[in-house]
Design a protein around this ligand. Sequence first.
Ligand SMILES: *[C@@H]1O[C@H](CO)[C@@H](O)[C@H](O)[C@H]1NC(C)=O
Length: 359
Amino acid sequence: MASPEAPTADKFQILPEESKKSKDADSMLLVVFVILANFIAFISLGLAIVGVAQNGSNVYNIGTSSGSDNGFSSGTWSGGFSSGTWSGGFSSGTWSGGFSSGEKIWIFQIGHYVGNTQYLDESSGTIKGYNVDVVNAVCQLANKNCALVWDLYENCWDSQVGQRARGGKGLMGSWYHACVGWANTRDRARTYLFSSSFEKSLSPAYFVKKGGSFDFFPNFSGKKVGILDGWSVDEHCLARYNDVTGFDETDVMQVTHYGSEDDIIAALSSDTIDVAFVPRTPYFDMSQMVEYTGEPGEDLCVIGGPAMMMRKDQFELRTWWDAFFEKLIATSQYNDICDNVEETHGDQPGFDKEYVCVV
Ligand SMILES: *[C@@H]1O[C@H](CO)[C@@H](O)[C@H](O)[C@H]1NC(C)=O
């Protein structure tokens, strides 16, 4: 397992190479222009934030409770520009000192599958749910500016039939610092860093069509299996169960990925697939078209429940997130957040708070 020192060691190997370049006058000029451009960009960003913060509410979080959007509008820019230092050096090209750490904006991806942890609230046009409430509260406690960015889940974790799943281009490509609410798995842990878990995992489950048969279990030979694309409950996990026979996780004839719960339900109903191996989401549970046939026993799909999933260079984020999430769960505010799973978000499909909250 990589220690926090590992990235630093890598950087030391890169630095001497890069510093040679800066002796070259042209490169030096370019570097100066890049710094200048970055600095102007940061000032512009700062001014933009000052511009939208004129309502004066001084909160360092995403403004969901006030009914504003999930962006910056309720944030106040209190730092000013003069305290920033360029501590990254030329070679790594990052503004790592920045405005003091309390003023950096942390960007988190979020999507909306149907459920009380992440859903699109049509009346406000914003994403709401238990996950949003947790992000909001942790960012407030930590005094960090955080913003949620809606994006496709596949941009966090990309999973294609017949191939190994891999990091999504959004998270790998630094479009955001983390993706919210991803279970830790052995596949994902090779690619990403995870915070401590802030939610209980959904169990892996088998669903067949309403009135359909699951008598073939555990012999999957000749059976077609539907997988919910990108989730921890996938064909690689199914292949880990020793009691299952006749299943080949790399066989594109046997395994089909679907983008949504509705697509899986349609595929079961039309006999395109015989069985779905999926997380037991509230949406599947509530569907009149499919039938829950049980869980495979021990959960071999995850090694940790839903968490913040981030690149392996995000030790700073993981450190403050874990520290302040631990503080949060010791407060009555966390009880309120858990009550809201059934109250504020109670009109959404979902499990009761004891199956969502970690304490
Ligand atoms: C599994 O099912 C296939 C196809 O129905 C059958 O040919 C095979 O003998 C079965 N294997 C076992 C171990 O029952």
